[in-house]
Ligand binder design. Structure first.
Ligand code: ACO
Length: 431
């Protein structure tokens, strides 16, 4: 506690002292927990833009400065010097692993990559043209029907194994959703490969040929996973926490997170960016498109731009742009019209008063779609990859919440604007 803030209801003598809570970094937070009891008053904050729903040690974002830290480490350093599984360890456990801990964690996760063989039959229940995110919601939700031995959320060992299972099995579930949609046989995981390498193997290999994963592409995939691993209390993470606050099992909570991530304002944005670039079609059409975006009545947004928290360049977007160039180089794509279009769109938008005044900058999704398309992923798989990466953040945040003794069931309040008390009218008496 660092002091108080006094809230007075104007024109009355009713006031309350709200304790101020200070985090390690970031603005002070007024503790309103007793406001209702003290003043018979709720706070109103649709979208929760000014409300901290929990305290967390995992991720820090300074949206004005464009800073993203995981457990204190800048995302730029983690993305260039670390690996996805090392970041997963860091997010879950709070510290970077020693070499021995890293090996143990890597082996522990990779030992859980296979799915229960009966889960295979779930896939054939879906239409071949089902969106893979629909398949992900279903199959991940179904995990809780298979792993009864790790559903006790109050048992630390159960929590640990559930985390391993989720981190390990999501790539397999995702790759099989893809294989099912294109009618190819499922490829079983290979635990001798790295995490991203194994994922690309399950996506691209077929039984008829030997497939070698390009180290450059495996590295790029690993980096994409790191960049999406966690982002503090975003919509899907808050969904996981809210579902978990009831005591629901982690598999059910992660399925809820996947459902929340699906929307175009969140995880579906990189799919929307490619669609938008396709619709613009040519650099010469950019000015007309920008005018449409600026027209309030058009309802058109520049996808991949803007962020609820970042009012500066999303630090992940810069790394993504660099990775995009590396991947296109590795694949021998010298001139990609989509990349040219994206770079020109970014240049024009960043010098336009509309975007400058509203502090709209490229977010992580602006370039990721171009990379994933070049790597051969269909657009419907983009959000799925995001879900694979974010599972690490979701399960870390879930674990932190369950281990927090002050954790309570999440239960927002409302301003009721419906009809006042009235008597039931029999149907024969209604006008
Ligand atoms: N293009 C054009 N105008 C925009 C955009 C955009 N992409 N984003 C925001 N604005 C404008 C709004 O019209 C609004 O203008 P107004 O003040 O004149 O009404 C103002 O900027 C503020 O916009 P809000 O919608 O209130 O901002 P919010 O913080 O709620 O939205 C969001 C953030 C949803 C990400 C928004 O910027 C957006 O829709 N961007 C495009 C979708 C996208 O890229 N999403 C990915 C986010 S990153 C992620 O989830 C991994």
């Amino acid at each position: 506690m660092t002091g108080t803030v006094t809230l007075t209801i104007d024109g009355t003598n009713k006031s309350a002292k709200l304790p101020l809570i200070q985090g390690t970094i970031g603005p002070d937070v007024a503790d309103i927990r007793k406001l209702y009891a003290d003043l018979d008053l709720f706070t109103y904050d649709p979208g929760y833009g000014g409300t901290a729903a929990c305290d967390s040690k995992i991720t820090y974002i300074d949206g004005d400065q464009g800073v993203l830290l995981h457990r204190g480490y800048p995302i730029e350093q983690l993305a260039t010097e670390s690996t996805f599984l090392e970041v997963a360890y860091l997010l879950l456990n709070g510290e970077l692993p020693t070499a021995a801990q890293n090996d143990e964690f890597h082996n522990g996760v990779m030992r859980h990559t296979m799915l229960h063989e009966q889960l295979r039959s779930f896939y054939s229940g879906f239409r071949r043209d089902a969106h893979p995110m629909a398949v992900m919601c279903g199959v991940v939700g179904a995990l809780s029907a298979f792993y009864h031995d790790s559903l006790d959320i109050n048992d630390p060992e159960h929590r640990r194994i559930s985390a391993f299972r989720l981190i390990a099995k999501l790539p397999t579930i995702a790759a099989w959703a893809f294989k099912y949609s294109i009618g190819q046989p499922f490829v079983y995981p290979r635990n001798d490969l790295g995490y991203a390498e194994n994922f690309l193997h399950m996506i691209n290999a077929v039984p008829a040929e030997t497939y070698h994963v390009s180290p450059v592409l495996a590295k790029a995939m690993d980096r994409i996973l790191i960049l999406h691993a966690d982002h503090e209390q975003n919509a899907s993470t808050s969904t996981v926490r809210l579902a978990g606050s009831t005591g629901a099992n982690p598999f059910a909570c992660i399925a809820a997170g996947i459902a929340s991530l699906w929307g175009p304002a969140h995880g579906g944005a990189n799919e929307a960016v490619l669609k938008m670039l396709g619709e613009i079609g040519h650099v010469k059409n950019i000015p007309a498109f920008i005018e449409k975006v600026k027209d309030k009545n058009s309802n058109v947004r520049l996808m991949g731009f803007g962020h609820r928290v970042y009012k500066n360049y999303d630090p992940r977007a810069k790394i993504m742009e660099q990775t995009c160039k590396e991947v296109l180089g590795e694949l021998g794509i010298k001139d990609d019209p989509l990349l040219d279009l994206a770079m020109e769109l970014e240049r024009i938008a960043l010098s336009d008063e509309y975007f400058i005044s509203k502090k709209l900058y490229p977010n992580v999704d602006f370039y990721s779609g171009i990379i994933l398309k070049a790597m051969g992923f269909p657009t419907s798989m983009f959000t799925v990859l995001f879900a694979v990466a974010r599972t690490v953040g979701w399960i870390s945040q879930w674990k932190e919440m369950i281990e927090d003794p002050s954790q309570r069931i999440g239960r927002p309040r409302q301003i009721y604007t419906g009809a006042g008390l009235r008597d039931y009218v029999p149907i024969t008496a209604r006008g």
